[in-house]
Write a protein that binds this ligand. Structure first.
Ligand code: ADP
Ligand code: MG
Length: 687
């Protein structure tokens, strides 16, 4: 259960501790924002020198403060513990916002202070936002010390930010475009409540009739990946849409990875995979986040075909480019209905899409186009209306019509109103009706493409049928480090992953019998060194007993050699599958074209285990080398279903045996008939 208390969301009374008459100080501005905002409850101040602050009753001593639901602290860090202790124990205060810095972000002393505060709050069933944050704004109160305060609306965006300043700058971009907010939580150091916890709260309390459906996140760290995944996917399944920035790839790739595929993954790959699995659209800039927030406030686009209706050629062409290059379509429109539409337009207009009503086109023409696109052009899934002003006359009637049409239209309509100077007043009036503007068509188009291609959250699926008992018994009995070839073979067998026939030979006198089993041509590999080819430890196409004897002696003389592996010689397309443990994210499973391609092309796709069957389809679709798997220019493809099955089995294996730190099947050899692993490495992590 979420630790968020109802007092944090709808406090009936608030005290600002450290309130000031000086509104250039946080303790002054926060009180001012609360007074200016829509807070309907009782408001108090606390300041050792004042009986009244900004007209609000102020208490000089902590002990004088009456029962309050919420306390907002804008006092030095060292005073916070005492205040929290007193109010939570003596005054039943159930929600705290600590604005002050000087905690874990500063030094060890601050970290300890923070811990002590959280301990008290956990004991008393209270909750905390911060410390080191700008505060909280929602439809009940404006408990933050920054400007601007956006227009608040229960249908607006819920925005949870790991950085206060970034939250402000995102709002500064989004507010002029008309984006409204239901809540803004700046979680600061996330001492008790972090982004994941706020998301959990929104999920647990989601009401399909009243809750807002758009969530924006700014994450500096993903501290609780499983929680993020769980609640983001759940919210999206309930009909919400979520976009997030995750900044900083931090300790990228620094975690030791000795396998080749392992080195291709870093913590940012895991973040990417996590967001994709949850169905969150990942953004990389404030602008993208603001535009996606705006996009999500519109009806959802259900298909790829857009009609672009405009009186200006250039932006329509740029939008067509960005949509078409991004896999959406601006299909040609023709036929009797198109001809009929043309009769409503000025001579010279074009309906072929983009639909151009010319500079002389006004509301009647726009109205006809929107009506036809909505009702008659069945191939069209959504419309974009681009309408600016050269500054000659008012475009109010046009924007009024647009607003009306947006209300009645069955298909999503996206307004691109570029004249933010010429038509400023008209745009403002349009926004005051609760509308949002996309001033730039390319930024809009990019966001639309991104949102359209973000898959639905992955549903849990049954794992493929693998021998769990056998896997557990092998792993429980294994010591840390690389498993020997026999154990690797046993594990892959238990997971149902096909492998080449092989025999490990430690003594030359067992060589002959082993050869009889394997047959020629055969492959011989040194057992011991991790990267066998690098030390001359792989011999392909061994054709005779004599050659086998010579190679046996040579391979045994390689440093660290303990035995020689004999393997049947196969052929096929080289593929790889890898898995790597990524802390709390779980295991990343990777796939791609193997052999020499892997490091050069870096054509790798990664997803977090356990993998659903559609998720694997998605991975293979995103591979640049996809065509090679399907077969191209006379080259046979591979059995894609077998490859998929192997990928899902690797995912199931690491799910059943999370002790596997990394594993590497490189290569598997794929033919149209089957996919078989010829080289495998599995490393067990230290307990
Ligand atoms: P390592 O990765 O340790 O260098 P591998 O066992 O992957 O050793 O062998 C190196 C290369 O030899 C493989 O990438 C593959 O091209 C080829 N190879 C290995 N085993 C076989 C086999 N059984 N049949 C055909 N080719 C093989
Ligand atoms: Mg290999």
């Amino acid at each position: 259960m979420s630790k968020v208390t109802k007092e944090l969301i709808h406090p009936r009374s608030i005290v600002v501790v450290g309130a000031s008459n000086d509104i250039s100080k946080p303790g002054g501005k926060i009180l001012m924002n609360l007074l200016d905002g829509n807070f309907k409850g009782e408001l108090f101040a606390s300041n050792p020198k004042e009986d009244e602050v900004q007209g609000v009753k102020s208490f000089r001593k902590l002990e004088d403060i009456p029962q309050v639901d919420m306390a907002i602290l804008a006092v030095a860090a060292k005073h916070c513990l005492g205040v929290v202790d007193y109010l939570s124990h003596q005054r039943g205060t159930k929600a705290f916002i600590i604005i002050s810095a000087g905690f874990s972000e500063e030094n060890e002393e601050g970290r300890i202070l923070e811990e002590q505060i959280v301990k008290i709050l956990d004991e008393t069933g209270s909750c905390l936002i911060g410390p080191n944050c700008i505060g909280v704004i929602n439809t009940s109160y404006s408990g933050c010390f920054t400007w601007p305060i956006p227009k608040l609306d229960t249908n607006g965006v819920d925005f949870i930010s790991g950085s206060g300043a970034t939250a402000v700058y995102v709002m500064e971009l989004a507010i002029p475009q008309g984006l409204t907010f239901n809540s803004i939580y700046s979680v600061g150091n996330s001492a008790q409540l972090g982004i994941e916890d706020m998301l959990e709260y929104l999920d647990d309390n989601f009401d399909p009739d009243t809750s807002s459906r758009v969530k924006l996140l700014y994450l500096e760290a993903v501290n609780k990946p499983q929680k993020l995944l769980k609640h983001a996917s759940s919210l999206i399944r309930k009909g919400c849409r979520i976009a997030a920035i995750k900044a900083g790839s931090s300790e990228a790739g620094s975690r030791a990875a000795s396998s080749h595929t392992g080195a291709l993954a870093n913590p940012d790959t895991a973040v990417d995979a996590l967001l994709r699995k949850a169905g969150i659209v990942r953004c990389h800039s404030r602008e993208e986040l603001a535009v996606l927030g705006a996009l999500f406030m519109h009806k959802e686009l259900k298909g790829p075909n857009m009609a672009i209706i405009t009186h200006a050629g250039g932006p329509a062409v740029m939008l067509t480019d960005i949509l078409s290059n991004g896999g959406l379509k601006v299909p040609a429109i023709s036929g009797p209905k198109a001809d009929e539409l043309l009769t409503h337009l000025h001579p010279g207009s074009s309906v072929s899409n983009p639909i151009d009503i010319l500079a002389t086109g006004k509301e009647e023409q726009l109205s006809a186009c929107m009506e036809f696109a909505d009702e008659h052009f069945e191939e069209i899934d959504g419309m974009v209306v681009i309408f600016g002003s050269p500054g000659l006359f008012s475009v109010d009637p046009i924007y009024d019509l647009l607003d009306e049409k947006m209300k009645t239209s069955k298909k999503p309509v996206f307004p691109i109103l570029p004249s933010i100077i010429n038509a400023k007043e008209e745009i403002d009036r349009f926004l005051s009706k609760g509308r949002i503007n996309f001033p730039d068509e390319v930024a809009f188009g990019r966001a639309l493409v991104q949102a359209y291609h973000t898959p639905e959250p992955v549903m849990a699926e049954e794992l493929p049928d693998i021998n769990r008992e056998k896997i557990r018994s092998i792993v429980d009995g294994a010591s840390e480090g690389y498993l020997n070839p026999e154990l690797v073979q046993d594990l892959l067998d238990a997971a149902g992953i096909p492998t080449a026939k092989e025999i490990v030979v430690a003594e030359e006198n067992s060589l002959f019998n082993a050869i009889k089993d394997i047959g020629f041509p055969m492959v011989m590999k040194v057992v011991g060194p991790v990267h066998k080819s690098d030390v001359g430890g792989v011999v392909l196409n061994v054709q005779s007993i004599e050659q086998a004897q010579i190679e046996f002696s040579r391979l045994m003389s390689i440093q660290d050699a303990s035995a020689v592996l004999l393997q049947e010689m196969l052929s096929g397309q080289e593929l790889f599958i890898g898995a790597k443990e990524e802390g709390d994210f779980g295991h990343l499973v990777m796939c791609g074209l193997g052999g020499i391609f892997i490091e050069v092309l870096k054509d790798v796709q990664a997803s977090l285990a356990p993998l659903g069957s559609e998720e694997v389809d998605g991975m293979l679709l995103r591979l640049k080398g996809r065509k090679l798997l399907e077969g191209t220019r006379g080259q046979a493809g591979i059995n894609i279903d077998s490859y998929k099955d192997c990928i899902r089995r690797v995912s199931a294996l690491v799910s059943v045996a999370p002790e596997i730190a990394e594993m590497d099947l490189n290569p598997l050899l794929g033919t149209p008939e089957k996919v078989i692993a010829v080289d495998a490495r599995i490393r067990i992590k230290s307990a």
